[in-house]
Design a protein. Structure first.
Length: 290
């Protein structure tokens, strides 16, 4: 999606961290598998890496600064920051309207490795949400890997990833994270329901992003989604389906081990949010048919 002309983005929304130590990740199939195992988890990541990172408790002081609209449309960190502003505005109105209490997630952009409340994370982890920190962590170089997973990189594909992680924060503040059994696996497990709901929330935001108005300018954040951009986002959702990842890494599919949902499910729930645009439609825990 393309950000509309009409004022720049102030910056300061995304904290920059990491780079304190490199965590080695193998190339080829091994590197790909390491990359996707923990993608889009929203679960406790303690102990997932043993590499160096920032000193525990260190808080990055640098932030992604002000960006022009052109930069938001071309630079990944600026797009990350501007997308969060759009998500803040949309969900800051949607959650209270449904009777909930809203708070913004903290957001980090990091390189190589970073220390979090969920343990040390490396770039191999992929984007993730850490509940104890109420924070989204993204190494934007991850977007280079989308094509390895069979997707086409593009603005909305990147924004889908960010919006999905933001969806996990919504689950944290609405109690879903605490009530769901996120330790199980299987095609109809709570783990899968959590992930599909976050996909649906990402679709809700995307479906409204071209009409969500920036308070500072009175201009919508984004131009209407093109069909190609929508296909890129759906392609990203399909690429991170459990069945696709299993096919690429192991050559077979085992639904009993799924934690995120199939490619078809992830596309369908994103589309549900995009087309129906309601929290009720995104209640994956209220249906037997995922």
């Amino acid at each position: 999606m393309t950000f509309q002309e009409g004022g720049n983005f102030g910056g300061g929304r995304v904290r920059k961290g990491g780079g304190g130590g490199k965590v080695a990740v193998g190339g080829g199939a091994v590197g790909l598998l390491a990359l996707v195992i923990y993608m889009f988890t929203g679960v406790d990541l303690s102990g997932m890496t043993g590499g160096a990172a920032q000193e525990p408790g260190a808080q990055p002081s640098e932030t992604v600064g002000a960006c022009t609209v052109e930069q938001a449309n071309t630079d990944r960190e600026c797009r990350y920051s501007a997308t969060l502003e759009s998500l803040d505005t949309f969900w800051g109105a949607t959650i209270p309207a449904a009777g909930g209490q809203f708070s913004q997630p903290v957001a980090y952009s990091f390189t190589d490795a970073i220390s979090t409340g969920c343990g040390n994370a490396s770039s191999a982890t992929g984007p993730f949400y850490c509940p104890p920190d109420a924070a989204i962590y993204v190494d934007v170089s991850f977007f280079d890997q989308l094509e390895q997973l069979g997707a086409q990189d593009g603005p909305l594909a990147q924004q889908y990833v960010i919006a999905h992680e933001y969806g996990h924060h919504l689950q944290q503040i609405t109690g879903v994270m605490d009530s769901a059994d996120r330790q199980g696996s299987g095609a109809d497990s709570d783990s899968v329901r959590v992930e599909l709901q976050a996909d649906c929330y990402a679709g809700m935001w995307a479906g409204n992003a071209a009409t969500t108005v920036r308070p500072e300018t009175g201009v919508p954040y984004l131009e209407p989604i093109t069909q190609q951009q929508l296909q890129n986002a759906l392609g990203a959702a399909a690429a991170v389906g459990d069945d696709n990842i299993q096919e690429q890494s192991a050559g077979g599919v085992n639904p009993d081990s799924w934690t995120h949902g199939s490619s078809e499910q992830r596309q369908r729930w994103f589309t549900t949010g995009y087309e129906q645009g309601s929290l009720a439609a995104c209640d994956t825990f209220a249906t037997d048919q995922l």
